[in-house]
Write a protein that binds this ligand. Structure first.
Ligand SMILES: CC(C)(COP(=O)(O)OP(=O)(O)OC[C@H]1O[C@@H](n2cnc3c(N)ncnc32)[C@H](O)[C@@H]1OP(=O)(O)O)[C@@H](O)C(=O)NCCC(=O)NCCS
Length: 206
């Protein structure tokens, strides 16, 4: 059967109608803890004043990872739709949770958690939307710290599972997620402009 792309807004609207994890995400947030670190890398939740730096970093790391895969018009459309201070601010205000990692040079990684935005029917599911480490921080266990924190965040909200979408050829990310117990759940088409990528949907039961 030919694949018929559906806009992500449709999924979002359906999720909102189904009102699945809203209760989880609207639970009162604990106060933002002070940065914790091992002396080299410090971690903390993002606050409103981080949106400029966060959106620039998110854009930069997405382009560094995937930018070469798409025609310029698809890339531009995706970046315009996904990254910018107003967009990241709206994601935060909608319950998205950004955990940031800083090294001596500044922001070196982040992880975004939030409500499901994928074709998954699980009222107790949450989504790991993005996990990005700057090239200088890869292999330094910064991603480990961020995902462990994300799992703790999801558990603290009573989530039953974490879902994520990973590109079929993103071998490094797949090896990473496997190490933390994520399992195959399905696949879908992830749209970047008019380009449809095959992404795997993986699930971590909590
Ligand atoms: C995915 C990511 C968060 C993992 O963090 P990391 O610090 O690089 O993690 P690691 O160095 O532990 O590497 C993960 C695994 O990939 C392996 N790996 C390292 N370099 C690799 C490469 N070039 N190709 C394939 N696998 C590689 C590691 O050996 C490790 O394997 P193991 O877990 O079986 O020991 C990080 O690489 C990243 O930010 N990538 C770009 C953004 C991205 O792809 N995000 C995920 C989107 S779904």
């Amino acid at each position: 059967m030919p694949f018929v792309p559906r806009c992500r807004a449709c999924w979002r609207r359906e999720r909102r109608d189904a009102a699945p994890a809203e209760g989880l995400l609207n639970a009162p947030r604990p106060p933002t803890p002070a940065p914790q670190g091992d002396g080299r890398v410090a971690y903390r939740d993002a606050v409103g004043s981080d949106v400029e730096a966060l959106s620039a970093f998110a854009r930069e790391t997405w382009v560094a990872t995937f930018g070469h895969l798409y025609p310029p018009e698809d890339l531009s459309a995706y970046l315009a739709a996904k990254f910018g201070p107003a967009i990241q601010r709206a994601e935060m205000e909608a319950g998205g949770r950004f955990r940031l990692a800083f090294d001596e040079a500044g922001l070196v990684g982040y992880c975004m958690m939030g409500a499901l935005d994928m074709p998954v029917d699980d009222a107790r599911g949450v989504e790991l939307h993005r996990l990005y480490i700057h090239e200088r921080g890869k292999g330094a266990r910064i991603a480990d710290a961020l995902i462990e924190d994300a799992i703790g965040w999801a558990r603290a909200r009573g989530a039953g599972a974490i879902y994520l979408s990973v590109w079929e050829n993103n071998e490094r990310a797949q090896r990473f997620y496997r190490r933390f117990g994520f399992q195959d759940h399905g696949e879908w088409k992830f749209m970047v402009g008019a380009t449809a990528d095959r992404d795997f949907i993986w699930r971590l039961p909590l």
